[in-house]
Design a protein around this ligand. Structure first.
Ligand SMILES: Nc1nc2c(c(=O)[nH]1)N[C@H]1C(S)=C(S)[C@@H](COP(=O)(O)OP(=O)(O)OC[C@H]3O[C@@H](n4cnc5c(=O)[nH]c(N)nc54)[C@H](O)[C@@H]3O)O[C@H]1N2
Ligand SMILES: Nc1nc2c(c(=O)[nH]1)N[C@H]1C(S)=C(S)[C@@H](COP(=O)(O)OP(=O)(O)OC[C@H]3O[C@@H](n4cnc5c(=O)[nH]c(N)nc54)[C@H](O)[C@@H]3O)O[C@H]1N2
Ligand code: SF4
Ligand SMILES: [Mo]
Length: 636
């Protein structure tokens, strides 16, 4: 292995920093200047990315289940067994009895192969687990603008006069992006507003913090839109030329006058008009959103897009919507077609030209019926779905009841798992295939701002381990045929041939290749009629039962680092007084329906607003799985 001077892409998150292995300390990485980390900086997670390469739990030999145990075998035996198991399900019960879960940690080329395998086996049951963390925002972006993706370039965020961060903590979760592009902009005069029921590290840099009651964000932003319309601060030319449905939408806004929504959201009466002032005063507005806007079925991302569309803040540099995605290649996995409702390049399942290109490349067209999402597939495990190929995901760690998921995995007739290391899901596999890790492979990945970058190995994989791309090739040859021959470059060429989005995009570019990709939708939207539709504003009600609190989840428990919680529930001083709680008291946080409890210590702090209590995702697990969103806090 000869290292490239540019190093490779950090496998730890979707910012896409470049790094190389530290010669002096092979457990650590050093940054290499790249488009996402122009100063060559890395965060602490990136810097320790190589440390896990030699972990004791690395899978190093293929294994198959024999008499209940997973036993090591040679590759040919394992691949034959995997293919036979999946084929058996398909022959017995049909193609839709299979599900394919991939692969936000894997390359674009591996993901392309995964969806190709699913579709050539006759099913659109292909999805990726990480779509879960940004599903609502991604769906809103797709239906309103055309693609489930960030619309502007990270290096243009600093051109915005106003940056609104909603339900996110980029200072910690995308730290190098924040330090390279947001901090300097704010130092230079860009206004930063943080909208979040709690404070976090991002709030520290904010000019203003607006803390709506959890679940009322959509109302809050609709109130801002109503105020903008009322004062005529609408970009009429943009609205007329680029959007549709404005008149009906504007009528619907009358229900969201600023005073009413401020009361609903529990924020000071002037908070809504102050935000409208900021938007009206700004030439360019950028919105940065992450998992905190997911709770209300897409109403919050929709309202944020309303705000941008009303004011003409899409399709120009330095304005638009940044979807702060989490895992390294979550964006790419979606772009190349690991989704049940669209083909490579986000083409509709019935898109004629894309189907013709796929037919030419594959010899067989993809199926037309939408497949199951990962959540629907999990629900059907052991029933309509009997066989699964899981690549680089650990569905056993999900927002669902862990025991239930484990049960679903056991109910499958065939479970083939491709992973780097031992996991809860690997332990349930019938066949487990060991894969090379991100730092050990070639191919491309796509950062959260659509930039495609090349990987170049900075470590050798352990003896006997293969890449995801090679493993999927070997399975594809057994199950389908010669369509799965060819190296990773051949797969990249095929992707470019079938997906116009990926055409002419060289490593380092953003898709689509025209106009640098720095402002997506400069001319028109990729919707059926080219306009961005407004819809009637109808956010769901956000009431929590009396005496209970809205659960605010912060931090991540899934993902590459498996963070630990701090064992504390944050309670606002006013609520602590009502509950007669003091800092450090032992409490039980209980889902209102009583189905889950967690025992933690109370932290009495202004960092969460009244009416909400905040837990780290790792501590909140059981409550999140219970899914009520409202909790009681009782002293122990
Ligand atoms: N260090 C580190 N970085 C990571 C990861 C990691 O594990 N470690 N994981 C990556 C992954 S997979 C992901 S998905 C991203 C996640 O990135 P983020 O979504 O930015 O992660 P959180 O820190 O949970 O921030 C969510 C914020 O939403 C707020 N919130 C909760 N409910 C509401 C609400 O109703 N309204 C509003 N406005 N806000 C709300 C919470 O208070 C919290 O501040 O991070 C990525 N980056
Ligand atoms: N309870 C709870 N559930 C959550 C979350 C939470 O905070 N709490 N967070 C949610 C979020 S935001 C996310 S993004 C998801 C993450 O959910 P997952 O994507 O399922 O979780 P990970 O642990 O990141 O990775 C899954 C597997 O990929 C393997 N892997 C890593 N790199 C590679 C590779 O290059 N090739 C292959 N083949 N395998 C690889 C890892 O070893 C790991 O076993 O979890 C979600 N679920
Ligand atoms: S910000 Fe993300 S990509 Fe950059 S070094 Fe940190 S974990 Fe890696
Ligand atoms: Mo995520």
């Amino acid at each position: 292995m000869v290292e490239s001077p540019d190093g490779t892409v950090c496998p730890r998150c979707a910012v896409g920093c470049r790094l190389a292995r530290n010669d002096a300390d092979p457990d650590r990485a050093v940054g290499r200047p790249g488009p996402a980390n122009p100063d060559g900086h890395l965060c602490a997670r990136g810097a320790r990315a190589p440390a896990s390469l030699d972990d004791a739990d690395r899978l190093t030999a293929p294994r198959v289940r024999e008499d209940g145990d997973l036993v090591p075998v040679d590759w040919e035996t394992a691949l034959d067994r995997a293919a036979a198991a999946l084929d058996g399900v398909r022959n017995g019960l049909g193609s839709d009895a299979l599900a394919f879960l991939g692969a936000p940690h894997c390359t674009n080329e591996a993901n392309y192969r995964l969806q190709k395998l699913a579709r050539l086996l006759g099913t659109n049951n292909v999805d990726n687990r990480a779509r879960g963390c940004h599903a609502a925002a991604a769906d809103a972006l797709s239906s309103r603008l055309g693609h489930p993706a960030t619309t502007l370039a990270v290096e243009d965020v600093g051109r915005a006069d106003l940056v609104v961060v909603a339900g996110a903590n980029p200072a910690v979760q995308q730290p190098v992006f924040f330090d390279a592009f947001v901090r300097p902009a704010v130092a230079d005069g860009t206004t930063l507003v943080h909208v979040d029921p709690g404070t976090n590290e991002t709030t520290r840099l904010a000019d203003r913090h607006v803390a709506p009651r959890p679940g009322t964000d959509a109302r809050l932003f609709l109130g801002v839109c109503a105020d903008l319309v009322a004062r005529g601060a609408v970009d009429r030319a943009f609205v007329d030329a680029r959007t549709s449905g404005f008149e009906a939408y504007a009528d619907g806004l009358s229900a969201f006058d600023p005073a009413t929504v401020a009361a609903d959201a529990g924020v000071p009466p002037d908070a809504v008009t102050a935000l409208a002032d900021d938007v009206a005063a700004a030439d360019r507005v950028a919105v940065l959103a992450a998992t905190g806007v997911e709770a209300d079925d897409g109403a919050t991302p929709a309202a944020l897009l309303d705000l941008l569309c009303l004011t003409g803040n899409v399709g120009i540099r330095g304005a638009g919507f940044v979807l702060l995605r989490g895992l390294a290649n979550e964006q790419g996995a979606v772009d190349v077609g690991c989704r049940p409702d669209a083909l490579p390049g986000h083409a509709a399942l019935d898109d004629g030209p894309t189907r013709a290109r796929l037919l030419a490349a594959w010899g067989t067209p993809p199926p037309t019926a939408p497949g199951r999402t990962w959540a629907q597939a999990l629900d059907a495990f052991g029933e309509e779905v009997r066989g699964a190929l899981v690549v680089g995901e650990n569905p056993a760690v999900s927002k669902r009841d862990a025991a239930w998921v484990d049960d679903r995995l056991r109910a499958l007739d065939a479970l083939v798992v491709v992973d780097v290391r031992e996991s809860e899901t690997v332990r349930r596999a019938d066949v487990a295939l060991p894969a090379a890790a991100g730092l050990e492979k070639r191919g491309t990945v796509t950062a959260f701002d659509r930039r495609v970058q090349s990987l170049s190995p900075v470590a050798d994989p352990p003896e006997g381990v293969r890449t995801d791309h090679a493993i999927l090739g070997a399975l594809g040859r057994r199950l389908v045929g010669a369509q799965f021959d060819g190296d990773i470059a051949a797969t990249a060429r095929e992707l470019a041939a079938v997906s116009p989005l990926h055409r002419d995009v060289d490593p380092g570019d953003r898709w689509p290749a025209d106009a640098d990709g720095r402002a997506l939708y400069a001319e028109s939207f990729d919707t059926p009629d080219g306009t961005a539709p407004f819809a009637a504003p109808s956010p769901p009600p956000a009431d929590v039962p009396g005496g209970s609190f809205a659960l605010v989840v912060r931090g991540r428990a899934g993902g590459p680092d498996r963070e630990r919680g701090d064992g504390r529930v944050r309670v606002n001083p006013a609520d602590a007084a009502t509950l007669d709680l003091r800092d450090g008291d032992q409490v039980t946080v209980r889902a209102v329906d009583g189905t889950a409890t967690v025992d933690v210590a109370a932290a009495v702090t202004e960092s969460v607003r009244e009416g909400g209590v905040a837990l780290h995702a790792a501590d909140a697990d059981a409550l999140v799985r219970a899914g009520t969103g409202a909790v009681h806090v009782v002293a122990r």
